[in-house]
Design a protein around this ligand. Structure first.
Ligand SMILES: NC(=O)c1ccc[n+]([C@@H]2O[C@H](COP(=O)([O-])OP(=O)(O)OC[C@H]3O[C@@H](n4cnc5c(N)ncnc54)[C@H](OP(=O)(O)O)[C@@H]3O)[C@@H](O)[C@H]2O)c1
Length: 256
């Protein structure tokens, strides 16, 4: 796990993999994060998250953030900045996403807009708005190399974004707008990894596996617990060699 108490921000944490990331980070990880900014679009309705916050009030800060709303992302950055003060933010996990279940002939421009707003444009705006805090963390660190303990952005992608794997998986997962928006997220991540490297910030992607959540459905191959345990392990061992890469929860490379 992470070698020091880091500050982390995760989007979409009121349910599914995001909620499990928060749980494992505060309840299992040693040391736990110094600060965990738990972002969701309906904090009052996030009952499981509120319960975790009650147990760990000094670590968990619940922040309103709608990944499809640029104003909300800006406001979230201002709120996080006021809590951080002069200290930096080590790790951002862009996890929030929507999976629009439509094939080519069912898909509307609205389906594509919704998918891109949340899955692609949201992560881009999060990087843009929160970069000053990542840069502060990289500067504070003082040691060479890149890692998630220093300063990093991890974008949660999917095997559905892979051109190579689409032939064999499209029949089962005909989620065209989702696939296109996540393939665009991959390119965004590669471009970001090249631009962020000069600021000593790592940017990479992770595929969580096919997981039993609202999005993955009940037939998924993994529990959220197993997936998140794997992803946290992979994140904790990332270095500069992983900039712009897409690995799965076991650390295996997903083909483009
Ligand atoms: N489950 C899988 O099998 C699987 C496979 C590959 C990749 N993934 C990826 O893993 C990540 C998490 O997926 P999951 O399985 O946990 O999905 P999930 O159970 O459907 O949860 C999605 C989360 O994203 C949030 N969200 C959606 N739109 C948002 C917005 N505009 N602003 C803020 N939050 C928003 C949801 O909040 P609300 O409750 O407010 O909607 C929810 O917390 C996603 O990036 C997904 O693409 C999942």
């Amino acid at each position: 796990m992470f070698s020091k108490a880091i500050s982390v921000l995760i989007t979409g944490v009121n349910r599914g993999l995001g909620l499990e990331m928060v749980r494992q980070m505060v309840e299992i990880q040693k040391p736990p994060p110094r600060l965990l900014f738990a972002c969701c679009r309906d904090p009052d309705g996030a009952t499981h998250l509120q319960a975790l916050k009650k147990e760990h009030p000094d670590i968990i800060k619940i922040i309103h953030l709608d990944a499809a709303d640029p104003t909300s992302i800006k406001q979230a950055a201002a709120q996080v900045g006021s809590i951080l003060g002069t200290s930096g933010l080590n790790l951002i996990i862009n996890n929030a996403a929507v999976a629009v279940h439509q094939s080519l002939f069912d898909s509307t421009p609205e389906d594509m807009h919704r998918s891109f707003n949340t899955n692609t444009i949201g992560p881009m705006l999060v990087i843009q708005e929160f970069i000053p805090f990542l840069r502060a963390a990289a500067k504070d660190c003082g040691s060479p190399g890149l890692s998630c303990c220093k300063a990093a952005v991890i974008n949660i992608s999917t095997f559905c974004s892979s051109n190579e794997l689409t032939k064999e998986s499209y029949k089962e997962f005909a989620v065209m707008p989702y696939r296109v928006s996540k393939a665009a997220l991959n390119m965004l991540s590669v471009c970001a990894s090249l631009e962020l490297q000069k600021h000593e910030i790592l940017c990479a992607m992770l595929h969580p596996g096919w997981v039993r959540t609202d999005m993955g459905g009940k037939d998924g191959e993994l529990s959220a617990d197993e997936s998140v345990e794997g992803m946290l392990h992979v994140m904790s061992s990332m270095t500069e060699q992983h900039c712009g890469t897409l690995q799965d929860w076991r650390g295996q490379t997903v083909p483009w």
